[in-house]
Design a binder for this molecule. Sequence first.
Ligand SMILES: Cc1cc2nc3c(=O)[nH]c(=O)nc-3n(C[C@H](O)[C@H](O)[C@H](O)COP(=O)(O)OP(=O)(O)OC[C@H]3O[C@@H](n4cnc5c(N)ncnc54)[C@H](O)[C@@H]3O)c2cc1C
Length: 507
Amino acid sequence: MQQSQSVCVLGGGTAGWMTAAALANKFQRSAVPVTLIESEQIGTVGVGEATLPHIRFFNQALGIDERAFMRETNATFKLGIEFCDWGALGDRYIHPFGDYGLPTPDNDFHQLWLRAGKVSKVSRLDDYSYPIVAAEAGRFRIPGENPDQIGSNFGYAYQFDSNLFAKFLRGYAESAGVERQEGKVVDVAVDPESGHVRSVTLDDGRTIEADLFVDCSGFRGILIEQTLKTGYDDWSNWLPCNRAVAVPTELNGKPLPFTRATAKTAGWQWRIPLQHRTGNGHVYCSDFATDDEALKTLMDGLDARAIAEPRQLFFTTGRRKKFWNKNVVSIGLSGGFLEPLESTSIHLIQEGITNLIELFPTGELEPYDIDEYNERMGLNFERVRDFLLLHYVATQRDDSEMWRHFRNLTLPDSLQEKIDAWLTRGYVLPYEFGVFLPPSWIAVMLGQNLEPKNHDKRADRIPEADLLRYLEDIRAKTAKEAEATPVHADFLERYLADAPQAAWRTT
Ligand SMILES: Cc1cc2nc3c(=O)[nH]c(=O)nc-3n(C[C@H](O)[C@H](O)[C@H](O)COP(=O)(O)OP(=O)(O)OC[C@H]3O[C@@H](n4cnc5c(N)ncnc54)[C@H](O)[C@@H]3O)c2cc1C
């Protein structure tokens, strides 16, 4: 057992600098000195441009000015993700960052809508969601103060250049006392008795010791896997995509406030608009397409001129058997990877950091803290896995080998239960840990044509005419609010026009 006083973060990608910045912000530099090692020679994975709304709370906790951050990372606003061709070819829907309509004391809004649909012709559920209607019109503004009002009951995230984000956080972390060491780790010393990592040695012979190591070394997992042999739960049977090819393009028109994910025959293609360019990539499964076919699909699907050579990436979907093993905590790609269909990787980094700070050793490393951390992170990963898998199985598509593969899949019980509860009476089973709340599940299940057989009977208590009037009132308010919302690109330009400089040196 040991005292945890000093921390060494191995890796300077998004995970490494987010971790170092957050630790430096939380603990005084003298109480918990933080060193970060990164190797320019190795570089970073360099993708990861779309995020979830929670990242705003990360930035706020660090006291980061939103406009300074957006200007330095070429960020745009994001109201959700548009999914094209998922339920069936030609279908499209938006998974919004916000609620549908407004609930009454007794009923969730979607239950009212389900019942109304049985007695009359009603608009699509999307028309009662302000973030969807605003996104479809290419409009954006910051939510209002009162979350119980249409036009205020939504969240937003960012689409940004992840390399610039890491650089931005590096400036923050260094000014908060994080010591950066440039070099490549070539050796790791392990205590033969405890099995804990004692120190790492860089290629120039320097040795860095620490009490706690955070492995942010990316897919390599230098400490968590290469050193501690922690093991990996491979989830490729459920999520078989294992490669991606990415390429940036020029902006085609004004940047839209949403990410697009278009289903293909052997995977799916992303489109992420930033201020100065668009990020594109094709995630695919090598069992169902060759690399050349995948590249052709990507290039054929671009809507503007490519401005760099395409780059290929390889991955295995899954998670480390223990995220925290001995005195090593793995955060980022070293801890596991789930395809970026719902922009969850940076969020899982944030979860890792939040839980580490909550369970940070106050003295000796406690087995309880380590188990609790592993339990929470395991649940977070599993729930994202289920949500991603839902996109592949809630579909009528059978037009390629990949889609037929999903028809014959036995689902994890946790996902099957969620689908069964929905189909029975439109109920979304709640859980404590896990990033996606009921509106997200509703968006994907309805968006991909999983229609519940019944609705919650409480929705029947409202007289039919009142119900239809209530729905129409909300639809009209939503449309009016969206119409009064500025065009995203104009809002962005005005918002960032007098953005302050970051208070720290950006390297
Ligand atoms: C195709 C694809 C698309 C993605 N899209 C999204 C997205 O839209 N949204 C999202 O949230 N996430 C996305 N991600 C995930 C996201 O890119 C990562 O979660 C994020 O960049 C964090 O990466 P990392 O910091 O863990 O690893 P890396 O960026 O790989 O950084 C690893 C660091 O470790 C250092 N290092 C490694 N070995 C050594 C060594 N021996 N010595 C010293 N230093 C070393 C490297 O130099 C580097 O600094 C995507 C990932 C992929 C593969």
